[in-house]
Ligand binder design. Sequence first.
Ligand SMILES: Cc1cc2nc3c(=O)[nH]c(=O)nc-3n(C[C@H](O)[C@H](O)[C@H](O)COP(=O)(O)O)c2cc1C
Length: 177
Amino acid sequence: MMDNSSLLNAFSPFRLRNLTLRNRFIKTAANEGMIRDGLPTNQLVEHHERIAAGGIALTTVAYGAVHPDGRTHETHMYMRPEVVPGLKKLTDAVHAHGAAASIQLTHCGFFTNNRKMTGKRPLAPSRILNKYGLLSGIVCSKAMATCSASSSVHATIAEKTNTAATWKTGCVSRWRW
Ligand SMILES: Cc1cc2nc3c(=O)[nH]c(=O)nc-3n(C[C@H](O)[C@H](O)[C@H](O)COP(=O)(O)O)c2cc1C
């Protein structure tokens, strides 16, 4: 028989470092398809606002690519200063209902059909056939060199994390690797 006390626990607050969630219900990332011209739309804001109003503790915005070439689809959002006002609107709406917001910072690796790719081939840990992107002419990935991983990738992640931190706090911060 299921123990009711563990079920009831789902409604109790949870402390995640200095963030207190009002319960244990978290909405995971699920690609909303509500980005236009690479920017968050009012539809995306409303979507997450309604989830927050429903009582969830934390909602997750899907897919903030850390680089334009890290998008699975060319319609995905990638992190840059222009996305901050739209995301700020979203967090304000979510916070107004007592919930918290998070974002999935992502790089798709080889798994892409992004026709706006700036490089010749998608960067991935290894060279691999990209069945998903075949019809878009993105046949295989380019294996990352260890040294490029340690310098340019860390710099890119730090830059995008700064964009996300600016969104969260409203002030410019600096992360270094
Ligand atoms: C339509 C759809 C879109 C999804 N998009 C994402 C996504 O963008 N990022 C991600 O990490 N997971 C994504 N997922 C996976 C979900 O976040 C979740 O982990 C998965 O559905 C398992 O949870 P469930 O058993 O409650 O469905 C998606 C799932 C679905 C059904």
